[in-house]
Design a protein around this ligand. Structure first.
Ligand code: KG4
Ligand code: ZN
Length: 335
């Protein structure tokens, strides 16, 4: 089965073709980051309009790269939610229109299921069951995965997502959007000994997270450090480092706890924050090969992309799922 996948839930237009026999045939992405940067975050209306502009040229490019014609496509998968409603509607409308025109099924898939399954696109893919840490701009969740669709939420953030905290701290430090990679780059020059930030909720049992207090702690430190002066580059780097260390430590502690609790030895990381180098290194240091094997998507598939949607769609379609006539996009959609 050959599946076209469309991702338009936020600020990336992603298109891909996945073939259940041959794997990923082609993918293309347009990021709106530069367009939103001057506003300090995603402007929903601009996002929708840009998806409209970009998605058809990307589709043509991907079909050509996949050496496919419309008659080769057996189904169209798109991100049905969660996400920005206008942005979601662009992908959903195009997907359903194409599917109707081509006489094939369409299917709206869950964006976070896309992230969750992205490591399956790699040559060495994880086997079920596993614990997944989903860390993006909108979600921080630990999930037990027994098979496609068999997901049990083990814990999640009670307030800000980890990526959201990175983005907000970036703003405090005067760094452009999206903040995660910027904070990480600045932190690389920081002194890890100068400040120690709290590791939220690690001394309580359970697998939930909270990043809002850490964000406030960062702001208070920033103000104390600055006084009436401009913050020096040194101060900024040290604060970025302390913040990153605290987030990374917290995520690693909870991952270990989840593996132990579930008696599992496979960990999958996905979502934008899983691109963070310090997080990857710390996990590798903290989990011996005997304790657990860790799987990541390729860097291009950590953040939003069409390949993960084509893949998740292919899995669901293979299980017989298709959109009914009353299918709707779901801006809020618990997994
Ligand atoms: O998965 P994603 O592309 O979009 C959502 O579904 O949210 O994740 C984007 C998030 C942003 O908050 C961004 O700042 C964060 O992932 N991010 C990072 C890094 N790369 C992206 N956070 C920390 N370190 C990184 N290297
Ligand atoms: Zn995402």
């Amino acid at each position: 089965m050959r599946v076209l996948g469309l991702e338009t839930s936020c600020d990336e237009t992603g298109v891909a073709v996945y073939d259940t026999d041959s794997g990923l045939l082609a993918h293309a992405l347009h990021s709106q980051v530069a367009m939103h940067a001057r506003y300090g975050g995603v402007v929903p209306e601009l996002a929708s309009r840009d998806h409209v502009r970009r998605v058809v040229p990307l589709l043509k490019q991907v079909l050509a790269d996949a050496r496919s014609v419309p008659a080769d496509i057996d189904a169209v998968a798109y991100t049905g939610g969660p996400g920005l409603v206008g942005a979601l509607l662009v992908g959903a409308t195009l997907a359903r229109g194409l599917a109707a025109g081509w006489g094939v099924p369409a299917l709206g898939v869950h964006h976070m299921e896309g992230h969750l399954l992205a490591p399956m696109l790699e040559d060495v893919a994880p086997g079920f069951p596993f614990v997944a840490l989903l860390v993006s701009g909108g979600h921080t969740q630990l999930v037990r995965v027994d098979s496609i669709g068999a997901y049990r939420l083990l814990g999640e953030s009670v307030d800000d997502a980890a990526g959201e905290a990175f983005d907000k701290v970036a703003k405090m430090l005067g760094l452009p959007y999206p903040g995660g990679p910027q904070v990480a780059a600045l932190a690389a020059d920081g002194d890890p000994q100068r400040f120690t930030f709290p590791r939220p909720m690690v001394n309580r049992p359970g697998l939930d997270f909270s990043f809002s207090g850490l964000k406030t702690h960062t702001l208070v430190t920033l103000r104390e450090c600055a006084g009436d002066e401009e913050l020096s580059q040194r101060d900024k780097a040290d604060i970025a480092r302390a913040f990153e260390e605290a987030v990374v430590d917290t995520l690693v502690i909870k991952c270990r706890r989840a593996l132990e609790q579930e008696g599992l030895s496979t960990l999958v990381m996905a979502g934008g924050v899983s691109a963070n180098r310090r997080l990857r290194a710390r996990l590798a240091d903290s989990l011996s090969a005997r304790e657990a094997q860790v799987f990541y998507p390729a860097p291009a598939f950590c953040t939003d992309n069409g390949a993960m949607i084509a893949y998740a769609g292919a899995c669901r379609l293979a299980a017989g799922e298709v959109d009914g006539p009353d299918a709707r996009v779901r801006p809020r959609w618990p997994m």
